[in-house]
Design a binder for this molecule. Structure first.
Ligand code: ZN
Length: 136
């Protein structure tokens, strides 16, 4: 069986971490599947989906690392096209693209500190995440 859900975001900040563990569990519940895999994919090339700890200091540490590796104000060839979001494309690939997580007994089979996050790097406009469930 498969089941597909979409989440929509329009973040207040240009860069934002949004915890979506609960929405993924809700999609699993609606699917009525008990066991399988949940693929969570941001449909945009300036956003990422990751699994990590929901700890505020760590979120700041990730952003600090990304700013060090690819500062927003750097000279980028991509920005010569008239865009200003080259850093966001780079951050998305540095943080990873999408995740595939197991679900068991009708909910995400997470480790004790695992949470799923949507990472917005060029927000303040409508964005989408696809949740694709495969299982039975
Ligand atoms: Zn761009």
């Amino acid at each position: 069986m498969t089941h597909t859900e979409y989440l929509y975001f329009n973040t207040k900040e240009r860069t934002e971490f949004v915890r979506i563990t609960e929405q993924v569990n809700e999609a699993i519940r609606k699917s009525k599947m008990t066991s399988g895999l949940a693929l969570v994919n941001p449909s945009h090339i300036t956003a990422a989906v990751i699994v990590n700890d929901d700890e505020p200091g760590l979120k700041k540490d990730f952003i600090r690392l990304l700013k060090k590796l690819a500062p927003e104000g750097e000279r980028y060839d991509h920005n010569l096209t008239g865009e200003d979001n080259a850093y966001a494309h780079l951050w998305r690939t540095l943080m990873g693209h999408q995740v595939v997580m197991p679900f068991t007994d009708g909910h995400l089979d997470l480790g004790p500190w695992e949470q799923i996050f949507y990472l917005e790097f060029d927000g303040q406009r409508k964005k989408r995440v696809v949740i694709k469930l495969v299982g039975d």
